[in-house]
Design a protein around this ligand. Structure first.
Ligand code: AMP
Length: 174
């Protein structure tokens, strides 16, 4: 199955010049969703993973299913002001301005091995901030898994030296 065919490209969303990779078309296709999850699971089946860390909001979908498939816990990394208890906070640069991500301070225990999951790796700023949140908890990143990677933005160069896997590679803006 070609997963790339299941992802819809929407030009000029959310603003002019951005080609938005819409994964809802893949999510609504049962066999495609199952195939994507099975491939993600196979890629990290032999790693020792204590916790899956999913990034709001589309990382929650793939991350929670993967966590369930391994019988490990799931930690949400969220946009500002959404988590109710004490949080670590990390700011990261956007094209214009900055944004912040938060994680509960007790979500991960020191020494735990965390797999980061999101739908898409673009510039890498979001995942780099998530890495810092995990490090502040004393845990370590054992890998990162994405449905889509925009290769032309070289996001993986911003990330640590752990295993990074993406099911669909996009080589140019289209
Ligand atoms: P970045 O921090 O630049 O790697 O951006 C990654 C985050 O932004 C992910 O959570 C993606 O869901 C979202 N994102 C960035 N670019 C796109 C795009 N072209 N299409 C869909 N989502 C995107």
């Amino acid at each position: 199955m070609n997963l790339a065919d299941k992802i819809r490209s929407v030009p000029d969303f959310p603003k002019k010049g951005i080609v938005f990779k819409d994964i809802t078309t893949l999510l609504q296709d049962g066999p495609a969703l199952q195939h994507a999850i099975q491939r993600m699971k196979m890629l990290f089946d032999h790693e020792s993973i204590d916790m899956v860390v999913g990034i709001e909001s589309r990382g929650f979908i793939f991350g929670a299913i993967l966590a369930h498939s391994w019988g490990v816990g799931f930690v949400p990394v969220r946009k500002p002001g959404k988590l109710p208890a004490q949080t670590f906070q990390e700011t990261y640069a956007l094209e214009y301005g900055s944004d912040r991500l938060e994680m509960h301070v007790d979500a991960l225990k020191p020494g735990q091995r965390a797999l980061i999951v999101d739908d898409l790796l673009a510039t890498g700023g979001t995942v780099a901030a998530t890495e810092r949140l995990i490090a502040r908890a004393g845990a370590q990143v054992c890998g990162a898994c994405f449905l889509i990677e925009l290769d032309f933005l070289n996001g993986r160069n911003k990330l640590g030296s752990y295993r990074i896997e993406s099911l669909v590679h996009v080589s140019e803006e289209s």
